[in-house]
Design a protein around this ligand. Structure first.
Ligand SMILES: Nc1ncnc2c1ncn2[C@@H]1O[C@H](COP(=O)(O)OP(=O)(O)OP(=O)(O)O)[C@@H](O)[C@H]1O
Ligand SMILES: [Mg+2]
Length: 278
């Protein structure tokens, strides 16, 4: 079932240059979509159109088949949770606890129920120790995790994250991606994230869109998208490291590895097969 759809979207800020051109996107319920794009390619603009924060100049955004323009903000925001690229744009309470509790209080939660929800979200992001801390004294990565906890606590049907792993250390970043994958698989949460980090894409995304200068240059499964090496490079992106290794083994060393192997497990399999054949 299509949950969210962009139809023929174009966008400009303040009647200036066209930032997004003729964008069509379909997001299926329970899917995991990656929006890949270099700096300035239009990821943040696209993401803010997806939840109605920005309004398209042309085209329509449909949530469950209904034009987002005709829906009340409250209805849209209760279904779509957005984590901003910069946590400073998201956090505004004094302490971490208060910030994560804010949206839940607006939904009418109180007492033990409220407290448990907040503590669960903090524990999921492994920031229980930050509960009473003042937000302005946190590190960037701590702020980022607090902002994500606040959105996750609301249990949105669609969770959109603008560069969620940027600025996180490698263990925290992969932990976050694992949490998102679990939410997708266990709760059928629909996940959309933007990034320019390509390595975790093959393991996690069902659908990938490559954005360059405001246009979708290629879209499809990770396997299909990463087979379009030239498009990726023209878009200031690269293959996942594993895919690059496969490319070198094949083209420079003449070893017949599976060129679509973009993950460690697939690469391991194709390399073991070649060793066995010899
Ligand atoms: N408020 C604004 N007013 C005018 N132009 C803007 C505004 N916000 C973004 N832009 C321009 O729109 C284009 C796309 O910006 P956007 O922030 O969507 O890119 P991005 O892919 O998210 O980049 P990054 O990876 O740096 O976050 C850029 O050329 C940017 O300068
Ligand atoms: Mg951005």
């Amino acid at each position: 079932m299509t949950l969210l759809e962009l139809k023929n979207i174009s966008f400009t800020y303040d009647k200036g240059k066209e930032i997004l051109k003729n964008i069509h996107i379909q997001i299926e319920k329970g899917s995991f979509t990656g929006i890949l794009g270099a700096n300035g390619s239009g990821k943040t603009t696209l993401i803010q159109l997806l939840n109605g924060l920005l309004k398209p100049v042309e085209g329509q955004v449909l949530l469950e088949g209904r034009d987002i323009k005709k829906l009340k903000d409250k209805e849209v925001f209760s279904k779509i949770g957005l984590v901003f690229q910069n946590p400073e744009d998201q956090l505004f309470s004094y302490t971490v606890y208060e910030d994560v509790a804010y949206g839940l209080k607006n939904l009418g939660l109180k007492g033990e129920k409220l407290k448990n929800k907040v503590l669960d979200a903090l524990s999921l992001l492994e920031i229980s120790d930050l509960e009473e801390r003042e937000i302005h004294k946190l590190s960037f990565g701590q702020k980022k995790r607090a902002a994500i906890a606040g959105v996750l606590a609301m249990d949105p049907a669609i969770l959109i994250l603008d560069e969620p792993t940027a600025g996180l250390d490698p263990i925290t970043a992969s932990h976050l991606i694992k949490i998102l994958k679990r939410l997708q698989l266990e709760k059928e949460m629909t996940i959309i994230l933007s990034t320019h980090e390509v390595d975790f894409i093959p393991y996690n995304c069902d659908q990938v869109l490559v954005l360059s200068e405001g246009r979708v240059r290629v879209e499809g499964t990770p396997e299909f998208v990463f087979s379009k090496k030239e498009v990726l490079r023209e878009s200031n992106l690269r293959l996942p490291r594993i895919g690059h290794l496969m490319e070198i083994l094949k083209e420079k060393d003449g070893i017949e590895v599976d060129p679509t192997a973009m993950s460690i497990s697939k690469a391991r399999k194709t390399i073991k097969n070649i060793i066995k054949e010899k």
